[in-house]
Write a protein that binds this ligand. Structure first.
Ligand SMILES: Nc1ncnc2c1ncn2[C@@H]1O[C@H](COP(=O)(O)OP(=O)(O)OP(=O)(O)O)[C@@H](O)[C@H]1O
Ligand SMILES: [Mg+2]
Length: 335
């Protein structure tokens, strides 16, 4: 098995403030790695080091066996990068952007022309190809950006939050494109803030937070780390929320979280949830707390992500972006 991307203890600070504090990764050739993390986690900084745009302060990184610092030129010939922010020249047309990059990557005039036409077609930009890229919509610019990063047929592709700002149709098209690239043997490292996107595309995941890898594995493994089901209890009297939390802390598998705005307390249940659920309801009854509602649900991928990164899982309740939550069971109790 060839390793396409290998990093050991990568470190980078900006003016003394650490941004990446020892990231180690190993990505097999031909696979897709999803790098998840909240704002400021160090995703872009890591990608910039791997794509030779930023020199690491410590540790090392290799692309297909080539060191990103000592063999930067060789690395550049192997990779493609779509940065978080559009990098195309706004003043020239989409076609010209593609043609110029083709020439820069060593294609002859005719080859670069053919490649530019081909990429416009592949990314549904043929009609707009003659217009200045500055007049493109966000989604068109994003597609052009990705087309530009693929002109040189890279063996390793970095996509930094490739679908942020895309409408669902463009996002799905981009997902198909990533899948096709992976099927053709391209190694892809993509960063995202959406667990759903990572699950849709990635063979494996790493979650980074504050410059460190805090979890890695497949989505199923990460879900398992957070626990099976989550119990949610709504007391009749919101004033009793802290008391509910205290009681549930003794029944669940994890930390009980209080969401004042939503008026509930949540706690991950151990095992299949049945026994733990009964124990929780009994304990609330024994404590004499009248309960307006009790339910259990499988955590959404967003909740898994929020739990791993230590944010308040309740903070975004109701935002619903990409939520895969579904209620399994609802019990009303007159305890
Ligand atoms: N050029 C820079 N100069 C100073 N600080 C920087 C620079 N680039 C990044 N940082 C800081 O390093 C940390 C990590 O930033 P980075 O852009 O890698 O995060 P990210 O995971 O890509 O976040 P986002 O999801 O918002 O894109 C942040 O605290 C950021 O402010
Ligand atoms: Mg970023």
């Amino acid at each position: 098995m060839t390793t396409a991307i290998r990093t050991e203890d990568l470190v980078k600070s900006f003016a003394g403030t650490p941004a990446v504090r020892g990231v180690s990764l190993e990505v097999p050739a031909g696979s897709v790695l999803g790098v998840l993390g909240p704002n400021g986690a160090g995703k872009t900084t890591t990608v910039r080091m791997l794509s030779t745009l930023l020199r690491p302060d410590g540790g090392r990184a290799e692309i297909l066996g080539h060191d990103v610092v000592r063999e930067a030129r060789a690395v550049r010939s192997l990779i493609g990068l779509t940065g978080q922010y559009a990098a195309v020249d706004q003043d020239i047309s989409g076609w010209e952007n593609l043609y110029l990059v083709g020439r820069l990557t060593g294609l002859g005039r005719r080859g670069a022309r053919a490649r530019a036409d081909e990429m416009l077609e592949r990314f549904r930009l043929t009609e707009a190809g003659g217009r200045a890229a500055g007049g493109y919509s966000g989604g068109m610019r994003r597609r052009l950006d990705i087309a530009v990063s693929l002109v040189g047929s890279p063996r390793v592709l970095f996509l930094d939050e490739p679908t942020t700002g895309l409408d669902p149709r463009s996002r799905n098209e981009l997902w198909d494109e990533v899948r096709a690239l992976a099927a053709a043997g391209t190694t892809v490292l993509l960063t995202t803030q959406y667990m759903e996107e990572a699950e849709a595309l990635a063979d494996s995941l790493v979650v980074i937070d504050r410059g460190r890898v805090i979890a890695s594995g497949g989505t199923a493994e990460l879900r398992a780390r957070v626990g099976g089901q989550v119990l949610r209890v709504v007391p009749e009297d919101p004033g009793q929320l802290p008391e509910v939390r205290r009681v549930l802390a003794g029944c669940g598998a994890g930390e009980a979280q209080l969401d004042e705005a939503a008026g509930h307390v949540q706690v991950p249940l151990s095992g299949e949830g049945g026994g733990a659920l009964t124990a929780a309801v009994r304990a609330l009854g024994a404590a004499g707390i009248p309960v307006a509602g009790v339910n259990t649900h499988v955590p959404s991928l967003d909740e898994v992500f929020l739990t791993l990164t230590g944010a308040d899982a309740g903070a975004d309740a109701g935002a619903g972006a990409g939520s895969g939550a579904h209620d399994d069971e609802t019990t009303r109790s007159a305890a």
